[in-house]
Design a protein around this ligand. Sequence first.
Ligand code: UD1
Length: 382
Amino acid sequence: MKLLSVVGARPNFMKIAPFIRAISDYNQSANQKIEHILVHTGQHYDQNMSEAFFQELGIPRPDVNLGVGSGSHAEQVGITMIELEKVFRKEKPDWVIVLGDVNATLAASVTAKKEHIKCAHIEAGLRSGDIKMPEEVNRLVTDRLSDLLFTPDRLSNENLKSEGVLDEKIKFVGNIMIDTLEAKRKKAAEHSIEQIIKSNSIHRPSPNAQHPTPISYALMTMHRPSNVDDPDILSAIIDFLCDDVAAKMPLIWPIHPRTEARLKEFALWDKLTDNQNIIVLHPLGYLDMLRLNMDAGIMLTDSGGLQEECTVLGTPCITLRWNTERPVTLQEHGGASVLVGNDVSTARKEFRRMIQEKRKPAIPELWDGKTAGRILKEILSF
Ligand code: UD1
């Protein structure tokens, strides 16, 4: 059997690593080996947005890199489809495997089906209900086209069923990203917080600034267009970070390239970096980010993956979004996260409440570190 997986952006990398490991485990004992081709679309291309994850997570070098780079959505998806069509025609895989909801996921599922190749979607069935999110468009199209839909939780099964997806296509397997978390937890714990800050600082606060010690710092990530592309929204969030969060505790912020560019464009960069209690870092590798999350007093984020990791680690998480495609991570479902949108007064209120909270790790059903093996088994027995 020949499988071809397509990845493109940072959140794909922690999902493909366990799947590739499951294939190599299988091949060690199987008579008929699985051939696996890995294609990187090149949507993320900075060393610390891409290559660093391949090294840390032991992902083999991609067999093909399409080098699509940055651009509008139509450009990224269009170029990826043109290039993938050539690869699929040459390689003729039995299955194309797509992950998550990035532009590579959409481009690969559409191209696979146009080439009459079976497509499996890992992390299927998530719905935010917000069609203005580019990822929601990617999810809807990919799930409509895929032959096997691997869901991380039962709510996702219900979403798919309510859209008329046949039962036999839906396989509840758990969350593959948690396979990576469980595999790397011990290794991450060995990383030193001081060293992470020292090696990744863009802006270092003065020596008199408080140093983060376990359970006394806030951790932040933010990159969604809805938060960073509007100067008024971004400016209000920066005020909240400076006046409320950094006034209470050190704030560590590994910054996405898009966000850094917008902060500079809207003349907000100096306000952020002048604050002695805010530590701005380059985007971090997987292990460093996991290490910081393990001891953070609170997370502020608009990332879906971090909401999930906070649930498993128990880090109280303020989610800077109005909706989530991952309701299982919300406090009302037993998770660690609350939604505050970009309403700064709600964020302020929740921040005051949540810094009092104790860590409450929760493990949703089948988030057990064994999802990749279940996925491979289903593909083989299809
Ligand atoms: C993409 C995904 C999003 C995911 C995020 C994680 C889609 C639709 N979006 O959004 O779901 O949460 O990745 O990071 O696929 N840039 C660099 N270097 C890089 C990559 C990007 O400088 O290696 C800059 C470029 O200026 C680019 C901007 O960041 O224009 C945004 O990158 P892009 O790949 O378009 O989308 P993300 O916002 O990263």
